[in-house]
Design a protein around this ligand. Structure first.
Ligand SMILES: N[C@@H](CCC(=O)N[C@@H](CS)C(=O)NCC(=O)O)C(=O)O
Length: 200
């Protein structure tokens, strides 16, 4: 299988982290590409020209990080990262959703500015203003739910990816100040081999 990705994409990183966590990293050939250049080989796999994109050995193409992660979980038979029991699944998906939303806002603000929007444009300000609220919600969620010795799941990995990206691209967020539980979780997640191997 070929995984098209670039170094700093948090979406691509989440897919690659899932590959490491499920033991499938060795089955992937990584194709490093700059999605903004519309490279024909990327467009052949993802007509939208975004990373990550996965091409299977029999020619199927899969786009969108969530879909790629789901496929890797199914392929590996992993049952821990996305627990089946409804209560646990709800908790995992809750963290995953918040993490994905943080990535969308943090990345969206970066990319709008990079492509010429004023840093104080309405959308950029809206997305950046959402980030501290998301941090507070995640901190409340962790206070309510998380058993400290709970196995790491997909929601936790996504939080690690999301806030590592914030550290890289939105350092002014200083999200650790009011979120000790989130800080501890991200610290723990970032020490995992999957995160170390995929650091930008
Ligand atoms: N919803 C997509 C987002 C992917 C995405 O926006 N990737 C960025 C890199 S971080 C990209 O390739 N952008 C190129 C473009 O939008 O043309 C996913 O979850 O995979």
């Amino acid at each position: 299988m070929h995984l098209y990705l670039n170094k700093t994409s948090p979406y691509a990183r989440l897919a690659l982290v899932a590959a490491h966590e499920t033991g499938l990293a060795g089955a992937l050939q990584l194709v490093w590409t700059d999605p903004w250049t519309d490279a024909p080989e990327l467009l052949a796999v993802n007509p939208l020209g975004k990373v990550p994109a996965l091409a299977t050995d029999d020619g199927a193409c899969l786009i969108e990080s969530d879909a790629i992660v789901q496929y890797l979980l199914a392929l590996s038979g992993d049952v821990q990262l996305l627990p089946a029991a409804p209560a646990q699944r709800l908790a995992t998906l809750g963290r995953l959703g918040l993490a994905r939303a943080v990535i969308d806002c943090a990345f969206g603000a970066v990319i709008r500015t990079r492509f010429g929007d004023a840093p104080d444009s309405i959308l950029t300000r809206r997305w950046l203003a959402a980030l501290p609220r998301a941090v507070a919600a995640i901190e409340r969620d962790l206070a309510r739910q998380a058993a400290p010795d709970r196995p790491v799941d997909l929601g936790d990995l996504a939080l690690g990816v999301a806030f590592a990206y914030c550290d890289l691209r939105q350092p002014q967020l200083a999200w650790r100040a009011d979120a000790p539980r989130l800080a501890a979780l991200v610290e723990r997640v970032c020490q995992r081999p999957s995160m170390v191997a995929t650091a930008a």
